[in-house]
Design a protein around this ligand. Sequence first.
Ligand code: SF4
Ligand code: SF4
Length: 208
Amino acid sequence: MDILTLKSKVKLGCIRCEKCCIYRGDIRLIPYNACKISKYLGIPIKEFIKQYTDRLENNKLELVLKTIKTEKQCILYDEKIKGCSIHKVKPMQCVMFPLVPENLKRDYFYNSNQCILKDVKEITVNEWVNGNNKIYSRNKKIYLEWIRFIEWAQEKLNILTNINSDELDKLYKILFEDYNLNKWNLKSQMRKNMFKVERFIINKYKNQ
Ligand code: SF4
Ligand code: SF4
């Protein structure tokens, strides 16, 4: 498996074969995605979460996009345009596909080779991941913060015995729903919410 950096040249392009948006496995959302997509769709965040997302199993405090039909098509795929209906605000996994992060901090990737294209020019990885409204470079820091947070939270939740489903609902709500979408500081709202959940988990842990 070759490790690619932002400067590496790869044959990448898109012929809208639809493969991006069916049988893709879980497309994870960070809370910032949920905010941006809700704003883009013009609906309250609570409504977006109810209509368009599922929780990951086993209380993982993570949300994924719902899939529909037998071919597990992403609920946000638009059949008329044969493409993503939220292109400008799509999640990081979708921005990078078919590239997969090997080490996001260092901008290392590998090519999953799930997008097989003939007769396309080579472009740099940077052009590919940042061509989509620079979602990669603008959001990498908050993604890394989320990854660190969720790995820590999962480790603690796996050993906590004194947490019930109402409390987990509350944690989901803090992480994914408690936002003022009319304010510009969505990333700092997300950081505050992660901190609140962290305090809650630490207290539970101490009182176990
Ligand atoms: S799999 Fe490749 S060609 Fe097909 S829609 Fe995705 S990026 Fe485009
Ligand atoms: S968010 Fe958009 S690009 Fe990603 S799987 Fe759904 S429809 Fe496809």
